[in-house]
Design a protein around this ligand. Structure first.
Ligand code: SF4
Length: 348
């Protein structure tokens, strides 16, 4: 964890070094001055840095997770924190330039520090939009707008009718509710055109997440004594495991084999995976060269690992959203490359 946190510290020290005397806010509770929900819209910002003249503001959030790369552009959380600082009583001068920052050192395939710099007008515009969204949420029957981002951590997800409708709507007109899934056959994928397939793929993760949330909620309810019609709790499958420590067990197996087996047979050594090797090297380099910054250690490990590894071209392709950072493989064009490059003697 320390090398990851060091990336955030290096960023903060970098800004503070360039802005002597700047005011540093750490773990500051910030309240968004909403007229509609004055007490409910708040958060705890990880890092805020306000320049001495008050004209520049940095608002940064540290994300330790590796699985979901958090976008910085139009990041609602940081817009809310920055607007709370600017519109609250935290500074005496309105900043002209605001830099929102996500520090996410463990996110795979993404820059560990992502910045979005905006002017005051843009921030105030986004703050106004946020206020309008707060107002809309507080309507007696607020519009439910399912989406991967907003639903991912929503506690209402298991029972949300909007997700259920969205998940089922793309499957076909015949589905009005989950009960229909039992009686109406799901259409074959081959009956869909590209547009329909795109619609279905767009809600696939949302639907899978929703079914998972419903399953987890149902299990929790069942454990609390609620009867779920047609379902019951059972004991998990028991699995065998070694009774004693690995070295003791290995010795016992060798003894039982009357020496026919060796330590290498029963407890072979294995090479660590690439990710583990990188992690171990980072720790070792950092311990051996304490003066190196986390970024320098990471660069050295990347360089050294390049000497130890080769990249094998994958023969498989995956279908991913167009927003994915990897370059596109145009299957048809690539498959016919050899046909397009016809040797001149054949052409004649
Ligand atoms: S689960 Fe339902 S209530 Fe929660 S954010 Fe999604 S649409 Fe809104």
């Amino acid at each position: 964890m320390l090398p990851a946190v060091q990336v955030a510290l290096d960023y903060v020290y970098g800004v503070l070094g360039a802005e002597p005397g700047a005011r540093l806010l750490i773990e500051q509770r910030v309240q968004f001055p909403s007229a509609y929900a004055p007490d409910d819209v708040w958060g705890t910002l990880d890092i805020g840095i306000w320049s001495t003249d008050g004209k520049r503001l940095w608002v940064a959030d540290y994300k330790h997770g590796a699985g979901i790369v958090v976008d910085i552009v139009e990041n609602r959380q940081l817009i809310q924190y920055a607007a709370s600082l600017v519109l609250g009583s935290y500074g005496s001068v309105l900043p002209e330039v605001i830099t929102l920052v996500i520090v996410q050192p463990r996110a795979f395939g993404s820059d560990p520090i992502r910045e979005w710099t905006i002017d005051l007008e843009t921030l105030l515009d986004r703050a106004y939009r946020l206020e309008m969204e707060i107002k809309a949420c507080l309507e007696p029957s607020p519009l439910l707008v399912p989406g991967e981002k907003q639903c991912r951590f929503c506690g209402a997800r298991p029972g949300c009718p909007a997700i259920e409708r969205k998940a089922l709507a793309v499957a076909g007109e015949a589905f009005k509710g989950v009960k229909d899934l039992k009686t109406v056959a799901l259409p074959a994928p081959s009956s869909f055109g590209p547009e329909r397939i795109a619609d279905i793929l767009a809600v696939r993760d949302l639907a899978i997440d929703w079914f998972t949330a419903v399953s987890e909620y149902a299990a929790a309810q069942a454990k609390a004594g609620v009867v779920i019609p047609g379902w019951k709790l059972v004991a998990g499958n028991s699995r065998r495991r070694w009774d004693q420590a690995p070295e003791v067990t290995a010795g016992n197996i060798i003894a039982l084999s009357d020496g026919a087996l060796t330590e290498d047979d029963v407890r072979p050594r294995g090479l660590v995976g690439l990710g583990d090797a990188e992690r171990l090297l980072k720790t070792a380099y950092a311990a051996k060269h304490p003066s190196l910054k986390a970024k320098e250690v990471a660069e050295k490990v990347t360089t050294d690992m390049a000497f130890l590894t080769v990249k094998e071209a994958s023969s498989s392709v995956s279908l991913v959203p167009a927003s994915d950072r990897r370059p596109e493989v145009r299957a048809t064009v690539d498959a016919f490359k050899s046909v397009v490059a016809i040797p001149s003697e054949v052409k004649e």
